[in-house]
Structure formats: structure tokens, C-alpha cells
Design a protein around this ligand. Sequence first.
Ligand SMILES: NC(=O)c1ccc[n+]([C@@H]2O[C@H](COP(=O)([O-])OP(=O)(O)OC[C@H]3O[C@@H](n4cnc5c(N)ncnc54)[C@H](OP(=O)(O)O)[C@@H]3O)[C@@H](O)[C@H]2O)c1
Length: 255
Amino acid sequence: MNEQTGFQGMTALVTGASSGIGAETAYGLGSRGAFVLIHYHHHQDGADEVLQRIRDASGDGLLLQADLNRMEGVHGLIEQVRKTGRAIDILVNNAGSLIKRTRFLEFTEDLWNQVLTLNLTSAVFITQAVLPQMVERKKGFVVNISSVAARFGGGLGALAYSTAKGALSTFTKALAREFAPYGIRTNAVSPGTIDTNYHRNFSKPEALEACAAATPMGRIGKPEEIADVVVFLCSEGARFIQGQVVEVNGGFLMV
Ligand SMILES: NC(=O)c1ccc[n+]([C@@H]2O[C@H](COP(=O)([O-])OP(=O)(O)OC[C@H]3O[C@@H](n4cnc5c(N)ncnc54)[C@H](OP(=O)(O)O)[C@@H]3O)[C@@H](O)[C@H]2O)c1
């Protein structure tokens, strides 16, 4: 694919694009011509840096801020997208977090709802908001960022997160079935362990070393190795890929 013109004329919305996988995905799409709506929560500096990298590659974009732990924030983001006046061609539902490692018996209803809202419900309703215009134009791409945790239940304390990611993978398939006839391709990428802030916040270095040792490729992944797959899924080369959850984990889990 031509670096400059692959997504020319398209608008992408990438949630959680201020760091890690989302940042590299926003750059991957923006540097190939898409106008990128770069959503962030706390780290405006990270989002600014992504926009600068895209501009340095002759692309452009816009920053949008919202807390997706709660439905007010989800509705706020949908409203901000509407106000841009842009129809979304590529939606990457990437924002996600454990929020707090918590054993099952310690879960409060509020924390459970926050984890589910951030990792599942926000993606559902952002997708619902942008789909009608994709249907109208008979073209669009939705990529959900799931997790290897959806396959094996996740590490201890990640129960709500892995449950949400399992549902996000299932949502991907159901959505693909309903909207494939309208020219929309919906897929998910399921990363293994990737070197991002996520692990700086929630994992001990020993756990990451053990994960690398248990991976046939002998290392954990880099965020751009997930972004490249998202970009591919939105490209012409992936035109017959529909409703799949693509596992990208260096062989850690083979399904
Ligand atoms: N790293 C891994 O090993 C791994 C494995 C499987 C799946 N994933 C998934 O990959 C996605 C990206 O994670 P990452 O590894 O790239 O981690 P990351 O670097 O920590 O990025 C997380 C992104 O989500 C945003 N975010 C977090 N809480 C939010 C909230 N309450 N409202 C709105 N946005 C929020 C963050 O925004 P701010 O920084 O601006 O606050 C950031 O942009 C997540 O869905 C994660 O579950 C990661």
C-alpha cells in the first residue's frame, strides 16, 4: 500500500490514541492519508505528540477528550464527533484498561460497571453512533481491540476486564454478521502481551519476563505490531476478512 494515499479522503476515529497501541494505530492510519480523530482521556501530551507525528507525515487530525468509564463521557464523545461534521470511515475501538487489579470478592458494582463500560459498552454505543453513515455510504471499517485475556480468562484480578473483552470479541462477530451486507467490515485484533503503559501500570517486570519466556518468539510485542494488523484489516488486502478475531501474540497462544 502507498504510504501517503492508502486512506486518502477517509476519516478515522481511534479511541485511546494517546499512547501504546492506539497511538501507533492513529499514526499508521494518519500517515497513510486518513484524517484522524485522536481520542484521549488523561494524556493530552501523548495525543498532541501523535498529531504532530501525523502532521510530520503530511497528514492531519483533531484531538477529542472523554472519560469512557462512564456513559456521560461516552455520550460526550459521540457529540464531539457529531460536531466535527465528519462521517467516520474507520472506527478503532481501542480505549481500554483493567482500571484496578481486583479479586472477584472485592468487586463493587461501581467498579464492575466502569470496567464493562470502558472495555465493552463504550465501544458498542460509539459503533452504534457512527454506523448509520457507513450504511448510507455502503462502506466502513470497524476494528475492536480485544485481548488474549478473552481466550484464557486473564490474569488474577483481571476478571471484569477479560469478561468485557470476551464480550467485545462476540460483539465483533454479531456486528459483522448484521452489517456485512451493507459493505461494512468488522473485525477484532486480540493482542498478546504488548509493551505499553498498560503493563507499566498493572504488571510486575517478573511477570513480563515470564510471559516472554513462554512465548515461542521469545519476547513480548511492540504496539506498532498490533497497529500494523489494524491497518491491514482496513486495507484492500483484507477485503474478504469479516468477523474475525485476529490473535497477535508471537505464538503465546495458538487457537
Ligand atoms: N498492552 C497489552 O498487553 C494489551 C493486551 C491485550 C489487549 N490490550 C488492549 O489494547 C488497548 C490499548 O491498550 P495499551 O496496551 O495500548 O495501553 P495504554 O498505552 O495504557 O493505552 C490505553 C489508552 O486507553 C485510554 N483510556 C484508558 N482509560 C480510559 C478512560 N477511562 N476513558 C477513555 N480512555 C481511556 C488511555 O487514555 P489516556 O492515556 O489519555 O488516559 C490510552 O489512550 C486496550 O483496549 C487494552 O485492553 C493491551
